[in-house]
Ligand binder design. Structure first.
Ligand SMILES: Cc1ncc(COP(=O)(O)O)c(C=O)c1O
Length: 389
């Protein structure tokens, strides 16, 4: 029997995050592994989707997105991120931020060129770089505050660098990139003629006064930024698969071509409903952040109380925790024991590093869950910690 899997596909593994969800189901665990809410999506948005299906918007939409959704994205981008864009030419609606990211990299990167990725990174960026033929170059986010060493950052740029992937607020660290950091990245992008591909899907989930800044709003960056976003996190709609990429016309033209042949388009009626979501009052976003703050604090307290060593997140909905002192062989042993015997699913830290050894002492928890779910997890963590003693 021949080996029919391509060299490309053999270069990466299945997603560990999604695998932990399957393991969790087998052990009837509380799923703090994969970042999706267990509470309902806003009623008005669900009603808009039902209404769109009834209006029979059930055939292909325009490949790069329905006019209503692109107009809503442009309005919101101007309001929240301070950048005016043309919805006719600069927005591509995709099947989630996931497709927006891979379509963007395929659109701008040539095989052999380099893409800078901050590490630890959201698991998908590794395979994204491989699929697009890019050579990833990792820049460390240094613990405990996940800071960037300006010297290391500047050394990562060279003649082969085509793009830099930014994710702020950041999964898995909870870091919110500061203005100074983004300005430093912007200067290097301009100097080396590099595209910033910026995944901002947690832009409204911020704590303790942190503010979100889009690199596209900085001088010289509008023409070289691809801003990626989605309905998944802001509106608790991870299963709808509606996201988008915003880029200047020449780049958007390439993204649109790649997107068209990858997926043709995101679900038409759901696009109409996401247009309604994007028009919600600003109080919705304040409420979202406040609710997440409560969830974050509940889980942080539980982790501290039970002997994990969490890193405090200032954005997004994840907590990285150090487990090196707990006596497990590695992160996988810890995460497997925790789900099999403790009934709480997490993600082993190595999923977020290019060299698994760098994540060996960490696991990641997520908290987009109802209070009862988080309290149940806290109770299980207490029992687990008690049994470790
Ligand atoms: C940083 C980041 N980007 C993208 C995604 C996936 O987004 P979508 O559901 O829009 O494909 C996730 C999901 O966890 C994420 O954490």
């Amino acid at each position: 029997m021949g080996e029919f899997s391509s060299e490309r596909a053999r270069k990466f593994t299945e997603s560990i995050i999604r695998e932990m969800t399957r393991v969790c189901l087998r052990h009837n665990g509380v799923n703090l592994a994969q970042g999706f809410p267990d509470f309902p999506a806003p009623t008005a948005i669900k009603e808009a989707a039902v209404e769109a299906i009834r209006r029979d918007l059930n055939q292909y939409a325009i490949t790069w997105g329905t006019p209503a959704l692109r107009a809503a994205i442009a309005r919101k981008f101007a309001w929240y991120n301070g950048v005016e864009v043309n919805p006719e030419t600069e927005i591509t609606v995709c099947c989630g931020a996931t497709e927006a990211m891979i379509a963007s990299l395929l659109a701008v990167v040539n095989p052999g060129e380099e893409v800078i990725i901050f590490e630890p990174f959201y698991e998908n960026y590794g395979p994204d770089a491989i699929i697009s033929g890019a050579h990833p170059r990792f820049v460390t986010l240094h613990e405990p505050d996940w800071s960037i060493d300006p010297y290391e950052l500047s050394r990562a740029f060279n003649d082969k660098t085509r793009a830099i992937v930014i994710n702020t607020p950041n999964n898995p660290t909870g870091k919110v990139f500061s203005r100074e950091e983004l300005e430093a990245i912007a200067r290097l992008c301009v100097q080396w003629d590099v595209v910033a591909v910026t995944d901002e899907i947690y832009e409204h989930i911020l704590y303790e006064g942190r503010e979100h800044l889009s690199i596209a709003s900085l001088p010289g960056m509008r023409e070289r930024s691809i801003t990626i976003n989605s309905a998944s996190k802001t509106y608790s709609l991870t299963g709808w698969r509606v996201g988008w990429a915003i880029a200047p016309e020449p780049i958007a033209g390439s993204i649109r071509k790649v997107h068209d042949f990858l997926t043709v388009g995101a679900a038409h009626p759901l696009q109409e409903a996401v247009a309604v979501a994007l028009a919600m009052e600003s109080s919705y976003y304040a409420g979202l952040a406040a609710d997440y703050r409560e969830r974050r604090d509940l889980l942080l307290d539980a982790l501290e109380e039970t002997g994990f060593r969490p890193y405090r997140p200032y954005g997004a909905y994840y907590i990285m925790a150090d487990v090196g002192h707990l006596g497990f062989a590695d992160d996988i042993a810890c995460a497997m024991r925790l789900v099999e015997q403790g009934g709480v699913a997490t993600v082993p830290g190595s999923a977020f590093y290019s060299e698994p050894a760098r994540g060996r002492t960490k696991i990641r928890f997520c908290f987009p869950k109802r209070r009862e779910t988080l309290e149940a997890a806290a109770e299980r963590l207490r029992k687990f910690a008690g049994a470790l003693k």
